[in-house]
Structure formats: structure tokens, C-alpha cells
Design a protein around this ligand. Structure first.
Ligand SMILES: Nc1ncnc2c1ncn2[C@@H]1O[C@H](COP(=O)(O)OP(=O)(O)OP(=O)(O)O)[C@@H](O)[C@H]1O
Ligand SMILES: [Mg+2]
Length: 253
């Protein structure tokens, strides 16, 4: 059974950034193969990995509703299409979910898809899911449990309160979340006393332990602007080193 790690947090807090850094960590620590899933309908994890998106799972689902080639069973066709949708690289594959089908659609296409995704999942050691803001997207993935959920926050009191609320919103979901940790991203250095106190208070009052704090980083901004893969960032870049510490601890290594 693969271990599942997912991201949650308000828009623009750094979920995709953290996903790319986590993928780097998993590859470099031989936790491979990894299936990286871009579950944001506006796919952009591929950009941080310098990959172009081909067909998305949303498109596969649409095609399944239409006619399939006469010489193929629906299962075979589905399997073939999903393999076409996989972007393969060394140590990991990237799968882009694309546009959702609309809420509450449990049509046959979705069921086929869920089954095939289950099969696919067995090929990997880790599944990493980059979500868009909002917890409902996690349900789309048909995951039964998440081993570790990173709740990402911006470095503000209100941001941290929101993260805490997001963590609470996971309770009614039909997904077992074994562990969730708070990551405060883009923090100024040094951290203000007020913010440090707010983080401490949130962590103590809620069941959201602090995974760690990531500094604002010009290296990340540069890497994004030049379009180079985040996987090529040096391990010595402070934000990378700090992120690796957080992952190591959160994954119990
Ligand atoms: N530690 C950091 N230092 C500097 N810039 C950062 C840092 N973390 C994220 N950013 C920048 O902030 C922007 C938003 O980050 P990112 O796309 O990872 O957020 P997100 O939570 O995935 O957003 P969305 O909700 O839109 O998917 C990006 O331009 C990213 O480069
Ligand atoms: Mg994102």
C-alpha cells in the first residue's frame, strides 16, 4: 500500500511549492516511485517541475462517456488512456486531474476511473496530492486514507486561524487522516514575537501540531521566474533544507 501525503490550505499559501519540494525530498531519499497528483483544476505543479501537460484525467473521463474503439473493452481503453495521461520521469510520474465532473456525479465513468486509479496506486511507494484550496477536492481522489496532511498557512494571525479551521473541516470527510501538521510559509526572518506567540497558541489549542516554519525565499522566486524545475534546486538553499527537516520529522524518519 502506498503512503499518501496531501496538501491543504488557503489559496496562494504555498501548497504547490511545498508539493514540489516534497517530491524532491522523496526522490532524493529513495522513496520511489512516487505518483505526484496535481488535483488542482488549474494545473500548475507541472510548471514547477518544468513539464508540459498532455491529457488530463478530466479529459479521459469525458472520452469514456463517448464511444470507445470496438476492439477494446472499457477497462482496456481506460487503462491505456490513463497511461497516456501519466507524465513519466525518473523516480516519479505526474498525473494531472484537470477539470472536475461537477459535484455529486457518481456516473459509470467515475467508477471506472476510481477502480483504475486504485490499480495504478499500487505501483507506487508514495502518492503526493497537490490540492487547490478547499477540502472537497480531496474527496475527488477516491482516497480512503491520508497518512500525512500538510496544512499550509501564510505568516499571519488570520492565516493561522484559517489553517486551524481547515484542519477542523477535515473531520467530517469520509477520509481517514492519520496525521496533520501546520506549515507556516513565507515567514519573515526573524519571526515577530507576536506571530510566534500566535503560532504557539494555535498549536496548543488545536490538534494541529506545528510541522515547521519556512522562510520567504528569493531562490524560489528566481526558480519560478526562470522556469527551471524545483527538483534542481540545491539542497543547501535554506528553504529547501528547512523543508527537508519538516518532511523528515512529519514522515517519522
Ligand atoms: N517560501 C516562499 N518564498 C517565496 N515565495 C514563495 C514561497 N512559497 C510560495 N511562494 C510563491 O507564492 C506563490 C504562491 O505559491 P503556491 O503556488 O505554491 O501556492 P498554492 O497554495 O499552491 O496556491 P493555489 O491555492 O493557487 O494553488 C508562488 O508564486 C510561489 O512561488
Ligand atoms: Mg497550488
Amino acid at each position: 500500500m502506498p503512503k499518501v501525503i496531501a496538501m491543504a490550505g488557503k489559496g496562494g499559501t504555498g501548497k504547490t511549492t511545498l508539493s514540489a519540494l516534497l517530491l524532491k525530498y522523496l526522490i532524493q531519499h529513495q522513496h520511489t516511485p512516487v505518483l505526484a497528483v496535481d488535483a488542482d483544476s488549474n494545473a500548475n505543479l507541472n510548471e514547477l517541475l518544468d513539464k508540459r501537460v498532455g491529457i488530463t484525467i478530466g479529459q479521459v473521463r469525458k472520452e469514456l462517456k463517448g464511444d470507445i474503439p470496438p476492439n477494446m473493452s472499457r477497462d482496456q481503453y481506460m487503462e491505456m488512456k490513463i497511461h497516456q495521461a501519466l507524465i513519466e520521469d525518473s523516480g516519479y510520474d505526474l498525473l494531472v486531474m484537470g477539470q472536475p465532473d461537477g459535484p455529486g456525479c457518481y456516473c459509470a465513468a467515475n467508477q471506472y476511473l476510481a477502480m483504475t486509479m486504485d490499480h495504478l496506486a499500487d505501483n507506487y511507494k508514495y502518492i503526493l496530492v497537490d490540492n487547490e484550496a478547499g477540502m472537497e477536492h480531496l474527496s475527488r481522489m477516491n482516497l480512503r486514507s491520508i497518512d500525512c496532511l500538510f496544512v499550509v498557512s501564510d505568516p499571519s494571525a488570520r492565516g493561522i486561524l484559517t489553517a486551524r479551521r481547515i484542519a477542523e473541516l477535515t473531520k467530517p470527510l469520509a477520509i481517514e487522516i492519520k496525521r496533520q501538521v501546520l506549515v507556516v510559509n513565507r515567514a519573515p526572518e526573524p519571526l515577530s514575537e507576536g506571530l510566534a506567540a500566535k503560532i504557539k497558541e494555535t498549536v496548543e489549542e488545536s490538534l494541529l501540531p506545528l510541522g515547521g516554519i519556512l522562510p520567504a525565499s528569493n531562490e524560489l522566486v528566481e526558480q519560478e521566474i526562470t522556469g527551471r524545475s524545483y527538483l534542481e534546486l540545491a539542497d543547501s538553499v535554506p528553504v529547501v533544507a528547512k523543508a527537508f527537516d519538516i518532511f523528515k520529522q512529519a514522515l517519522g524518519e
